[in-house]
Design a protein around this ligand. Structure first.
Ligand SMILES: C[S@@+](CC[C@H](N)C(=O)[O-])C[C@H]1O[C@@H](n2cnc3c(N)ncnc32)[C@H](O)[C@@H]1O
Length: 280
């Protein structure tokens, strides 16, 4: 079968299954099978696929028809210019989260921060992006999922980035203070309608009790014991959680509490500074 016919058939199958990004997905999956760039598909559209390639491609299209995310099918995802391995134990890093990385890099540079902790690291997306652009900072990251940590470690190794990963339930096993603490914790409300579309991703990475605020409350409350004087805590949250987050930060005596919008104009990251001396 010719490449262009195969592609057209795949796009049609995906469209018929309600996949709105059918064109892009069919191309990404074909590139994965042929181990090539998108431009190759245009230049070689009258080449024939081998039987093996065709069989593999059809299997991937079937997975996508079942609404499995492309990143899980091909096993990796680009985030902040880094190619990251992902699997069913890790959240797929989102473009929204690049807002948190942008802020972390900017505040670390302006305040000459030397040590950074990422809580709930998943694939390692946030801390690896930070370490890439702040190579001299000491970076640590933790997660409650051993399987996610294994992926984060692999990503760090593949990217030759030196980050300490530890298994910890939030601050349980953290034994030092940091200049900057960042987190993209689970913050989706239980029974939120958006969860239906996210059933391939680990629910423990997404959902939080107390209207989605349970983890944010724990982190904001405990982080003050693990921040150096003048240190900063920055947390990603839902588009409708900025006011609640700001109240939580202020209730725990953080100063200069502010919220930043993501590239789509939604409130996404709230941060504050801790002016006291760490008591750890
Ligand atoms: C929303 S995901 C974020 C993953 C990654 N940081 C990112 O932005 O793509 C939340 C992560 O927090 C982890 N997590 C959830 N509860 C935790 C806890 N109590 N202690 C440590 N990590 C936790 C989950 O395993 C998951 O990897």
């Amino acid at each position: 079968m010719l490449l262009k016919d195969c592609l057209a058939q795949a796009i049609l199958s995906l469209k018929n299954s309600g996949i709105t990004s059918a064109n892009l997905d069919a191309r990404v999956l074909l590139c994965h099978v042929l181990n090539c760039q998108n431009s190759y598909l245009y230049a070689h559209d009258t080449d024939s696929l081998t039987q093996d390639q065709l069989t593999t491609y059809k299997a991937l299209i079937t997975e996508r028809q079942a609404h499995k995310p492309v990143a899980y099918i091909i096993g990796h995802k680009e985030f902040y210019g880094l190619d990251l391995k992902v699997n069913s134990h890790t959240l797929i890093p989102r473009p929204d989260t690049e807002t948190l990385v942008d802020f972390a890099l900017s505040v670390a540079n302006s305040h000459h921060y030397q040590s950074i902790l990422d809580l709930g690291t998943g694939s390692g997306a946030i801390i690896l992006a930070i370490k890439k652009y702040l190579p001299n900072a000491y970076c640590m990251a933790l997660d409650q999922s051993h399987q996610a940590l294994a992926i984060a470690c692999t990503n760090a190794k593949n990217l030759a980035l030196d980050v300490d990963f530890i298994h910890s339930f939030w601050f349980d096993r953290v034994d030092r203070c940091f200049d900057l603490i960042v987190s993209n914790p689970p913050y989706i409300k239980e029974h939120d309608e958006h969860l239906k579309a996210l059933n391939y991703e680990p629910q423990s990475a997404l959902v939080a009790k107390d209207n989605g605020l349970e983890n944010i409350k724990i982190i904001v409350k405990d982080a003050c014991k693990y921040l150096n004087q003048g240190g900063c805590l920055a947390i990603e949250h839902g588009f409708d959680q900025a006011i609640s987050c700001q109240q939580i930060f202020k209730a725990h005596n953080y100063t200069n509490v502010q919220t930043i919008k993501d590239y789509q104009g939604n409130d996404r990251v709230t941060y504050g500074f801790m002016e006291h001396i760490c008591k750890q």
